[in-house]
Design a protein around this ligand. Sequence first.
Ligand code: CTP
Length: 412
Amino acid sequence: MTTALPARATLPGRFVVLGVAGGIAAYKAVEVCRQLVESGAHVAPVLTDAAQRFVGPLTFSALASEPARVDLFDAPEPIPHTTLGRRADLVVVAPATATLLAKYAAGIGDDLLSATLLATRAPVLLAPAMHTEMWEHPAVRANVDELTERGVHFVGPTAGALAGRDEGPGRLADPDLIVDAAGRVLAEGHDLAGVRVLVTAGGTREPIDPVRFVGNRSSGKMGHAVADAAARRGAQVTLVTTTARPAAPAVARVAVETAEEMADAVLDRFADSDVVVMAAAVADFRPKVAATDKLKKHDGVPELVLEATPDILAALGQRRRDQILVGFAAETNELHEHAAAKLAAKHLDFVVANDVSEPDAGFEVDTNRAVLLDSDGSIEELPLLPKTVLAGLVLDRIRDRLTERRPQERDQ
Ligand code: CTP
């Protein structure tokens, strides 16, 4: 949690779209609606066709802050999905069925709820509910992973009694938990408001010829996780990335390929940034000469002569004014020593160090086991965490440092 306030204290006055998809747990969404209203939120319910087979719109209209909407074409306003999407501070879907997850992951907006999910820039909280076999199906898992990566929040499901006397994971989280999670997501949404964050992601590719390059195994997952999480927390985020991975809609994406291009993109934007997080795996060496035409086999094995690339972070460390600089250290041995040396040599605030020879940490995987080194001398060893969670912890540190440096501004 990023606030000392109870999560629900962040709900009063906030516009919450409550989506209800078609599952037996739809009846519990009535209680979610009631509790959201009781906590002070302005609640606009949206029901899918299937949801209405389980519970009627009238029930929601009676409890919510405005009448339930059920139709993309027959709502009080002409373009209800964009109206709702723009007004929303938060979209909660309870229950979120397998179909709803699939549509949202695939970008299908063929009814009011799925179209609202695509049209909004507000944070989204999904409370899935379905039978265990469905929840565990690889297609559903893939959709959940995809949505998590895009920054969608999840609460539940929990394990317990399911419809048809089944038992197992897939039960809708309790309404209390859903409403608490809604408050937490809203609390999270603001602690980096207005902060200009520049993030780099992915491994650079240094051309040998037009088809070959010298590269590394970085997938860009860590940098993208930081960028998406920062945008969700209200930061103005620019992501300089070498990957084709999608970023959250609010993130300004700059595509680069080489260390040189990344250096130009970052240095150009440095003066207008408050925070730089260099999560990219920048190649340290590149071919001295890149052939303009494809090297042919019959010309023999080429001899690659390498030269050093610019060290972007070291250059930022030299030029920094009051920016916060965060580096990553990918090591295979003597993690603490090497990471501490980078912290000092590049004049950084934090280094997120990890042993990339560990199977669950580092390149290509979704998890990381990191050590956070702070320029104040403190060292925090973190457990194995999803990269999305690690991103949140790094941003917590950044927020705390910003608050220490600019208490008068951040208190406003
Ligand atoms: N970095 C950079 N420019 C480079 C190389 C690295 O900005 N040319 C940044 C990385 O983005 C990372 C930090 O510096 O945030 C440390 O990168 P890492 O590869 O771990 O270390 P190096 O400084 O390159 O040193 P070495 O490869 O010798 O460990």
